[in-house]
Ligand binder design. Structure first.
Ligand code: OGA
Ligand code: MN
Length: 291
């Protein structure tokens, strides 16, 4: 099996020639890793959606997996999906019904509409996210991506020097509040303390640098609040300009894999009170998760 890599217009690539529902040779896994180091976002168009165990097996080839904890807590302990490695990004409750207008899970997910990268609020960052489309709404519900490596590369050397070395605090509660999710208890907050990361992040394999930003980014360490907010907002606006943008319009069966350390993404609106959108994510982490 050889990997057929077709670069998309600005960044990202469509991958053909392999069947990711099957166990992959180590050489194919290495080729996918090399492709994502170059392209940031990989689109696999599959004839049929992967099963849960196929999706988990595919992701497991790339690193230690995240196990869910938040959705379970918010749903009062109940989850729709059987595997803890599957992050439920659907609009469905544990019984498979569309979550109500007032359900906390709906408001929690609303923050996905903001530009972010997964798990930047944890010291153990996400590396790859692998998102599988199982049921799609008739309109909307696309996923947008921004090329944070391209955005960094396009900065002047002076600007790069100003940004290199800055440290940013990320908190899930910061992005959730922006998304309108504020009813959170002290105990829930205590489960996810904030984390600090460099504003510029280097790919550990290639050394290529990227801006590392997200809606979770609350402030720059040591900076006055207004200047810190202004710089973070300016950089997020800049990095999501059209020249660094890819909007993925889903087809049933698609799997999209992205590098969280070189891209940002956001969900787009759809009529989520009427239509089902069943998306399932598996995420690799830098290190084994402590559970
Ligand atoms: C995610 C996410 C966006 C979407 O799964 O991490 O942000 O379009 N998803 O569902
Ligand atoms: Mn996400």
């Amino acid at each position: 099996m050889s990997l057929d890599v077709k670069p998309l217009d600005k960044f990202g690539a469509e991958i053909a020639g392999i069947d990711i529902s099957q166990k992959l040779d180590a050489s194919v896994v290495d080729a996918i890793r090399a492709a994502i180091d170059i392209h940031g976002v990989l689109v696999f168009r599959n004839a049929a959606p992967l099963s849960d165990s196929q999706q988990i097996a595919f992701a497991g080839g790339f690193g230690p997996l995240q196990h869910l904890s938040m959705i379970k807590m918010l749903g009062g302990g109940a989850t729709r999906l059987d595997h803890t490695e599957l992050i439920d990004v659907s609009n469905l409750d544990e019984t498979g019904k569309i979550v109500g207008a007032d359900d906390r899970r709906r408001h929690f997910h609303d923050a996905n509409l903001l530009w972010h990268t997964d798990v930047s609020f944890d010291a153990n960052r996400a590396v790859y996210s692998i998102l599988s489309a199982r049921i799609l709404p008739p309109a909307g519900g696309d996923t947008d991506f921004a090329d944070m490596r391209g955005a960094y590369a396009a900065l002047t050397d002076k600007r790069k020097a100003e940004l290199d070395g800055l440290e940013v605090e990320h908190s899930i509660w910061y992005s959730r509040a922006l998304g309108g999710f504020t009813a959170v208890s002290e105990d829930e907050m205590a489960t996810r303390p904030p984390a600090r990361h460099g504003l510029v992040s280097a790919n550990p394999r290639t050394g290529t640098k990227a801006l590392y930003l997200a809606s979770h980014a609350s402030h720059i360490i040591g900076w006055p609040e207004d200047e810190s907010r202004a710089l973070l907002d300016e950089l997020i606006d800049y990095a999501t300009e059209d020249r660094f943008f890819y909007g993925h319009v889903w087809q049933p069966g698609d799997v999209v894999m992205w590098d969280n350390q070189t891209t940002m993404h956001r969900a787009t609106e759809f009529d989520s009170l009427t239509h089902v959108r069943d998306m399932r994510r598996v995420t690799t982490l830098e290190r084994e998760m402590v559970r």
